[in-house]
Design a protein around this ligand. Structure first.
Ligand code: TTP
Length: 410
């Protein structure tokens, strides 16, 4: 069976982290998101087909042409938007076999795929979809069922409970005929959920499997922090491959990559993951649920908690980074602080595609893009974004979102 992975989306909701790259290459717990999809589909497929478009060169460069010895073929999405268009793009590569299709920006585990394949075979179905029960389906497609059959898929049904569509499917090649007939949706996309409705109306058997495990749809910045926390809490193994100087304290589980040096006075409380060739300390405090990438520098009198610091980035002197995401190749000046809590203790709201959204989080810090230079003594309000390639001058108070490639000075 082949695995088709959808990775052509623009990831608008994840700006500024997707200013210059597709969301599936963003690293969580120091691995690109799409690698978790590849890893969990791997036992069931003999070949991967990744559908690409936005910033495809970077995706191909990061992921390469094989995974665990299995070939990866990249296919450019056909003109038009939406998940049905993305799947249709793999028509030639899929051939006459049934296949698994999965969104490339979600996290799920092997059990889900196992259940889905067994439901598909047991029910002798024409298609199968993975679902999970949620109390609030406002952000999901609702899968309506009767016995073992799916009877309808309804997009964003509002604040109701039920089965959510998790974005993992099995199809037979016949699906391409239904995709051809799928109309443009109200939001201007060809959506695979509409294709499923067409199949159901035509009397095809669409079944489902209920997934009991952890799932995350990495659509918005704080989903990266949730997934990071889950992976560090549940998957991290204590392993020190770098050098830890005498006088540094490591409370397991902490993973430290080759070539990384942890200097005296550093106090690291796991679960924490640190990549290769990074410099940590002396005299810093790294608290749980923090991932620090390769070639990073966390220096003297710096405190970091519950955050993601991507490769080649620095918090070198007197910084506080809490519940924040810092992109690649970004530097914080001495004394720069991220605020992560509102004085009124309300949930932090974040502007997503021009609208303020409640993150549902009491604590959320800054979302800083790639190649950003932040000067000394900059204060960043909770939930504010700094666009990639920006320069923030000394002493600036960042209380509004900063677009990409901006110069901000007081
Ligand atoms: P979405 O998360 O709905 O879209 P997106 O990735 O463009 O993100 P945003 O809404 O923030 O701009 O996409 C779900 C999955 O489908 C995701 O894995 C990307 C993929 N996709 C495509 O491959 N092609 C497309 O045209 C679209 C819209 C999505």
């Amino acid at each position: 069976m082949k695995g088709v992975i959808l990775a052509a989306g623009k990831g608008e909701r994840l700006r500024p982290l997707t200013d210059d790259r597709p969301k599936v290459v963003l690293k969580v717990a120091n691995r690109p998101i799409i690698e978790y999809v590849l890893e969990n589909l791997d036992p069931f497929v003999d070949e991967f087909i990744i559908i690409v478009r936005y910033q495809k060169e970077r995706l191909i460069r990061v992921i390469g042409d094989e995974f665990n010895g299995k070939p990866i073929t990249y296919v450019e999405q056909l003109p038009g938007e939406g998940t049905a268009k993305a799947i249709e793009s793999a028509r030639e590569q899929v051939g006459n076999e049934e296949f698994i299709a999965a969104n490339g920006d979600i996290y799920f585990e092997i059990d889900g795929v196992k259940e889905l394949i067994s439901a598909f075979r047991r029910e002798k179905a024409d298609a199968a979809v993975l679902v999970k029960e949620f109390d609030d389906l406002s952000h999901f497609g609702r899968i309506e069922v009767d016995g073992n059959r799916v009877t309808a898929v309804r997009e964003k049904p509002g604040k109701v409970s039920g089965y959510a569509n998790l974005g993992v499917y099995i199809f037979k090649p016949e699906v391409f005929e239904f995709i051809e007939r799928t109309p443009l949706s109200a939001r201007g996309e060809y959506e695979i959920t509409d294709t499923l409705n067409l199949m159901i109306e035509a009397g095809r058997k669409v079944t489902y499997a209920v997934y009991p495990g952890y799932w995350n749809d990495v659509g918005r910045p704080w989903n990266l922090l949730e997934l990071n926390e889950y992976l560090l809490k549940n998957k991290l193994r204590h392993e020190i491959r770098g050098i830890v100087e005498e006088g540094a304290t490591i409370v397991p589980p902490v993973e430290i990559g080759e070539g990384t040096v942890v200097r005296s006075g550093a106090y690291i409380v796991g679960p924490v993951k640190i990549g290769k060739n990074s410099r940590i300390g002396p005299n810093c405090f790294i608290r749980p649920h923090t991932s620090i990438g390769d070639n990073c520098h966390v220096g003297n009198a710096v405190e970091i908690k519950n955050s993601i610091i991507m490769d080649n980035s620095n918090a070198p002197h007197l910084n506080y980074v809490g519940d924040s995401i810092i992109g690649e190749n970004t530097n914080l000046g001495a004394g720069t602080i991220t605020a992560n809590l509102r004085h009124d203790r309300g949930n932090v709201k974040v502007e997503i595609k021009g609208k303020l959204e409640d993150s549902g989080r009491h604590k959320l810090g800054a979302i800083i893009g790639h190649n950003v230079k932040v000067g000394i003594n900059v204060s960043i309000y909770p939930g504010r974004k700094i666009g990639s390639g920006s320069f923030i001058g000394p002493g600036v108070v960042v209380d509004v979102n900063v677009p990409p490639r901006s110069l901000v000075v007081v």
